[in-house]
Design a protein around this ligand. Structure first.
Ligand code: VGL
Ligand code: ZN
Length: 227
């Protein structure tokens, strides 16, 4: 009788006999996450590393939140004196490149210092819909553009485990900046096997020395859908 049941024979009880507490264990259809990258004051007009029109995407991002099974916000979160700040290097100016043990690193103006107003989310960004807020860039010696791995490309942030344990397979990415943190996050996610889409209309770029076209190429090569 057990074998007949597995092959799709008669069900042992009509559905009305399934206790409700068992119904509660059914897997929810949790597959699609919206990943909102670094929509913080310092990346918006008036901020320390302002991205042109960085704040113009906020309302569109809020509107997308209702369509996702999960919403994750990322937050660039550097200690004062972070190694990615030009001010931490005696002979360097912002936007110059230096060599770090893990490779080339653009040096930035001081930005997104832990606990500062610049590190806070844009005041209009709807934080109430966020299931998860993941911080990155807190290691003083390593920058972290990607929401998945630090710039050494091997230290994980934990976001992969969070998404996988929730059964999420499809990611829509939006935010700032398209050519740095969105790009690195999208490429890493695609390499990890997630189905990744970037909404270009809900991103803005820094565009430093061709970084925007390089980012578009890197994302396309990695199999990210640019929409
Ligand atoms: C970012 C530069 C430095 C970003 C963060 O969010 O794209 N860019 N830190
Ligand atoms: Zn940063």
């Amino acid at each position: 009788p057990m074998r007949r049941f597995r092959q799709g024979g008669a069900v042992p009880h009509p559905p009305c006999y399934v206790p409700w507490h068992k119904l509660a264990y059914e897997e929810p259809d949790m597959t699609h996450a919206l990943i909102v990258i670094d929509v913080q004051n310092d990346f918006c007009p008036g901020g320390a590393l302002a991205v042109t029109d960085g704040d113009a995407i906020v309302d569109g991002i809020n509107a997308l939140m209702g369509q996702a099974d999960a919403v994750v916000l990322t937050q660039d979160w550097h200690p004062a004196g972070h190694s990615s700040f030009a001010s931490s290097h005696a002979d360097k100016a912002p936007f110059e490149v230096t060599q770090m043990p893990y490779g080339a690193q653009v040096l930035w103006p001081d930005h997104c210092v832990q606990g500062s107003n610049g590190a806070a989310f844009h005041p209009r960004l709807d934080q109430t819909r966020a299931d998860m807020i993941i911080r990155k860039g807190y290691n003083p010696a390593i920058d972290s553009y990607s929401a998945f791995f630090e710039n050494d490309q091997k230290t994980p942030t934990g976001l992969e485990g969070y998404l996988r344990t929730r059964g999420i397979t499809k990611l829509t990415m939006v935010g700032l900046a398209l050519d740095f943190c969105v790009n690195f996050s999208a490429v890493d996610a695609a390499k990890l096997g997630f189905d990744v889409e970037v909404r270009l209309d809900l991103c803005r770029a820094i565009d430093l020395d061709g970084s925007l076209s390089a980012a578009r190429e890197a994302m396309t090569t990695a199999g990210v859908t640019l929409r």
